[in-house]
Design a binder for this molecule. Structure first.
Ligand SMILES: [Zn+2]
Length: 130
């Protein structure tokens, strides 16, 4: 599932005060996006009519400096974070209702939840976060 598909799935759990607004890739220390270089472009041109697709990504290693690892190497894997907008005045009951849905629908789709803006402040005020 790509991030937009995960977002659509998670948004089924949205409530008036708790809305997943985006799903973002987070690169942990020691990881980075697989990097396209000139060798990929040449390979695609020579073998795939210029279409730079998965076949080329698997044939030519990462072009990032000091990497050279394969496309499937875990160093090229991000974790996914759901960004949850939390409105002021949210209650523990409202949060519990959202969290129950999120756990049943979203388990395994994302590795964590982030709180943009004042979301964490609102959760602390409601006694949900410390
Ligand atoms: Zn790399």
């Amino acid at each position: 599932m790509n991030n937009d598909e995960i977002l659509s799935t998670l948004q089924a759990c949205n409530t008036p005060k708790l809305n997943v607004v985006s799903v973002e890739d987070h690169w942990e220390r020691g990881t980075h996006p697989f990097t396209i270089g000139t060798r990929h472009v040449v390979h695609a041109s020579d073998n795939h009519s210029g279409m730079l697709g998965e076949a080329t990504l698997r044939a030519i290693p990462c072009a990032a400096r000091n990497c050279g690892k394969a496309y499937d190497n875990p160093v090229h894997k991000s974790i996914k974070i759901a960004m949850l907008d939390v409105a002021a005045g949210v209650t523990q009951d409202e949060y519990s209702q959202w969290a129950g849905g999120f756990q049943s629908v979203g388990a395994g789709l994302v590795s964590g939840v982030g709180f943009p803006g004042d979301g964490l402040k609102h959760l602390k005020k409601a006694g949900i976060a410390r």
